[in-house]
Design a protein around this ligand. Structure first.
Ligand code: NAD
Ligand code: DAU
Length: 354
């Protein structure tokens, strides 16, 4: 992989992935190529997350602001950078937004993936890999028992998960029909640094830090299988290096928790670090609110294929990962302020003359 196109690199997981690829740890495990990060910079994409690398590693990291649905622009990028491999993160990723406004989810997640697949097909002579980053939400909801395996039938519940399911099907179809060298990963809920504070964990960290209400949907009994983002990034890179072409790998943290337990744990960890001035426990801030429509009850991943075939195991437990995450949000006040005040949006508008 000499010229790796990373889409959506200014988002949460993409940022952590690029940082991982450029780290000394990763250099030892075999990536010395160039990264071309293409991101539209939607509300979820922050160009400051990786800006330092353009100066630090001018030969190894480039950023291009572009929409993956823009065929002409993407064609230019494939030609100019001689793209030979792709790791595709770019997507609209928030379930609640997909319920309110599904339109962009269909455009980016389905049409955007289609655009990239077509360009990959046209450049197939030099294409080594198209890795598609997907979600466990394509499988729908589990009851109280069982796990999602790679063979679980697709049964998506939200416009977000339906759009990701459609993109997965397209990627598989391109492998079978055109022989495109693809791998797909379906991962459970991630948490860690750089996550936009609309998702459960960063929202609860920042709200509880400020003494604001903590909205828990329904009764808080929905279960998610949490994975620290660095473990996800390592899994993706292992799949890209050693995964069998045409195959799908589930990624999960063996870490099932109800939402109410997650929120309570965040409250107690923050209480230990920085007690509230009024002396009250932060769990008093929890408010049970109207449930999400079509809210999947439980996700749980069987990642034994990845563990057995590629030797990957998660390194962080929920407590160690959560502590790192809380510390990151507390230590990065500037990032939090920029994201909450939308200052970086003003910078993007000025810089790119939107
Ligand atoms: P995110 O919302 O934080 O980041 C998405 C990035 O994609 C942003 O930088 C955004 O600007 C960019 N983007 C959106 N539309 C674009 C377009 N049309 N063209 C170019 N760039 C565009 O998302 P995330 O949480 O980092 O998720 C990344 C990928 O991982 C997604 O495909 C998501 O489905 C998948 N995933 C996420 C999780 C999770 O828990 N967050 C779990 C499993 C899989
Ligand atoms: O499972 C992987 C998926 O995880 C990814 O594909 C998605 O991109 C990612 O957003 C995430 O989806 P979820 O819907 O599970 O994540 P979210 O953080 O929005 O919600 C997690 C759980 O917490 C879910 O059961 C809804 C609940 N919730 C969420 C928010 C934002 C609340 O109770 N209150 C909240 O305010």
């Amino acid at each position: 992989m000499k010229n790796l196109l990373v889409t959506g690199g200014c988002g949460f997981i993409g940022t952590n992935f690029v940082r991982y690829l450029l780290s000394a740890k990763c250099k030892k495990t075999g990536f010395n190529g160039r990264i071309i990060n293409v991101d539209k910079l939607t509300y979820a994409g922050n160009p400051f997350n990786l800006a330092e690398f353009e100066k630090k590693y001018p030969d190894r990291y480039s950023f291009v602001k572009s929409d993956i649905c823009d065929v002409k622009a993407m064609e230019g990028i494939f030609d100019r950078f001689k793209i030979d491999s792709i790791c595709h993160f770019a997507a609209e990723s928030h379930v609640d937004r997909s319920i309110a406004e599904p339109d962009t989810f269909i455009k980016t997640n389905i049409n955007g993936t289609f655009t990239l697949l077509e360009l990959a097909r046209k450049n197939q002579d030099r294409l080594l890999l198209f890795h598609h980053v997907s979600t466990d939400e394509v499988f729908g909801s589990l009851g109280n028992q069982g796990f999602f395996t790679e063979k679980t039938p697709y049964d998506p519940s939200s416009p977000y998960s339906a759009s990701k399911a459609a993109s997965d099907h397209l990627v598989r179809a391109y492998a079978r029909t055109y022989g495109l060298p693809v791998t797909i990963s379906n991962c459970s809920n991630n948490y860690g640094p750089y996550q936009f504070p609309e998702k459960l964990i960063p929202l609860m960290i920042l709200n509880s830090f400020k003494g604001k209400p903590l909205p828990v949907y329904g009764e808080g009994f929905n279960v998610r299988d949490w994975l620290y983002v660095a473990d996800h990034c390592r899994a993706i890179f292992e799949i890209m290096k050693k995964g069998k072409r045409g195959e799908t790998y589930n990624i999960g943290g063996h870490c099932e928790m109800t939402n109410i337990d997650v929120v309570t744990r965040i409250c107690s960890m923050l209480d230990e670090k920085i007690p509230q001035k009024n002396g009250k426990p932060r769990k008093d801030l929890i408010r049970f609110v109207k449930d999400r429509p079509g809210h999947d009850l439980r996700y749980a991943i069987d990642s034994s294929k990845l563990e057995k075939e590629l030797g990957w195991v998660p390194e962080e437990s929920f407590d160690t990962g959560l502590e790192k995450t809380i510390d990151w949000y507390l230590d990065n006040e500037g990032w939090v302020k920029m994201v909450i005040d939308g200052e970086y949006r003003k910078w993007i508008e000025k810089h790119y003359e939107e």
